[in-house]
Design a protein around this ligand. Structure first.
Ligand SMILES: NC(=O)c1ccc[n+]([C@@H]2O[C@H](COP(=O)([O-])OP(=O)(O)OC[C@H]3O[C@@H](n4cnc5c(N)ncnc54)[C@H](OP(=O)(O)O)[C@@H]3O)[C@@H](O)[C@H]2O)c1
Ligand SMILES: [Zn+2]
Length: 348
């Protein structure tokens, strides 16, 4: 079978479409015929060598969905032919956090402060025609829901679900979403609306402003024409945003921080533009603001997001679909500004 193998660290030139042996379903695992895979910033990080304990050759791909083709010993309730979404979050099921349904903090992640414990990073992922997956990480896709839409939740949709929940939004609060046209952001806008919030989306063009409003955003602030902090003040009667959801890191931290209202919450799940930021402790205590970290999600988050999409309360936005043999082009699309939503790769 074919797989996109990372042959060394770097850019897409280090990916090679290769023949690899088909996986077998070990005890407690299933094999999934991959039908759709997402490309995500985390895959780019894996390819670049950020997780330098990974030894090439290695197959990444954290977000994928498909059809079960075989079932290992001891697996109950799953059978060949079932359409499934893979939950990439690896968890032990028995630590302090897993027992409380908080798999995102699972203690089995030895590198918790440096890397996510997910399929595609801690073990081989879905950029191949078949992938072996722990049965605990499988969710059947509700009938009628296209595999591509389900796939968008595997990394971004469920992460956004968890991120918004961690920021504790209340009905009527003002939520600013930074990076709102990205994989995480376009879900975050819609989920914040589900909480009954007034949502402002930071966008890069007037075309994206219109699309975000159609998705439910109350306001769109064009970062290329408007001063975001001033616009937030204007829209909130000079109070600021109760919640800022910003997965972009260094480049936008000061803007996001300055947009906060007294008692406001900044929540992040990523550092797309860099990991360092300067936090003023004076601002922290005098404004009584909170800085909240969030990463991955629980099984419940993924299941809730999947149900919300099946019930059309949450609509995934798919920017583009590429064929499997075009995966490097999909990665290049991920690098481009001006996308709207997810980039997917479809397998025959
Ligand atoms: N911890 C986790 O579990 C987890 C899970 C998923 C994602 N993440 C992280 O979350 C971050 C976002 O992921 P994503 O999939 O949403 O990325 P993405 O699809 O590439 O989206 C990036 C978004 O940021 C905007 N943007 C880029 N540079 C910007 C800048 N300098 N100022 C303002 N906006 C800017 C882009 O808009 P334009 O196209 O208009 O520039 C786009 O809307 C990444 O760092 C990713 O690793 C973390
Ligand atoms: Zn655990």
């Amino acid at each position: 079978m074919k797989a996109w193998v990372i042959e060394g660290f770097g850019g897409v030139e280090k990916l090679r479409l290769s023949d690899v042996p088909e996986p077998a379903a070990a005890e407690g695992e299933v094999v999934v015929d991959v039908k759709m895979a997402g490309v995500n910033p985390v895959d780019r990080s894996t390819l670049s060598g950020r997780f330098d304990w990974i030894r090439p050759p290695f197959v990444t791909g954290a977000e994928f969905a498909g059809v079960i083709s075989s079932v290992g010993a001891g697996v109950r309730g799953l059978s060949a032919g079932t359409r499934v979404l893979v939950n990439p979050k690896l968890f032990c099921g028995s630590c302090y956090y897993c027992l409380r349904g908080q798999e995102s903090a699972c203690l089995s992640n030895e590198r918790m402060s440096r890397a996510p414990h997910i399929i595609g990073v801690s073990r081989q992922g879905g950029w191949r025609q078949k992938a072996e997956v722990p049965a605990m990480n499988i969710l059947p896709i509700p009938e009628g829901l296209p595999t591509g839409e389900a796939c968008t939740l595997g990394v971004d949709g469920a992460t956004a679900w968890h991120l918004v929940k961690r920021s504790r939004p209340k009905p009527g609060e003002f939520v600013l979403v930074v990076g709102s046209t990205g994989g995480v952001g376009m879900f975050a806008v819609q989920i914040a609306k589900m909480y009954g919030c007034e949502v402002a989306a930071v966008v890069g063009s007037s075309e994206h402003a219109e699309r975000l409003k159609k998705l439910g955003a109350d306001h769109a602030i064009n970062r290329n024409g408007q001063k975001v902090v001033e616009e937030v003040r204007r829209l909130t009667n000079n109070r600021g945003a109760d919640v800022v959801l910003d997965p972009l890191g260094s480049a936008t931290f000061e803007m996001s921080s300055s947009s906060l209202a007294p008692l406001g919450r900044y929540a992040t799940c990523g550092t797309l533009t860099g990991t360092k930021a300067e936090l003023s402790l004076l601002h922290l205590y005098s404004m009584q603001v909170e800085y909240i970290g969030s990463t991955t999600f629980s099984r419940a988050d993924l299941s809730d997001a999947l149900n919300a999409v099946a019930r059309r309360k949450l609509i995934p936005q798919i920017d583009s679909k590429f064929r499997f043999d075009e995966l490097p082009a999909a990665m290049r699309r991920l690098d481009e500004h001006g996308r709207f939503g997810k980039v997917l790769v479809e397998l025959a």
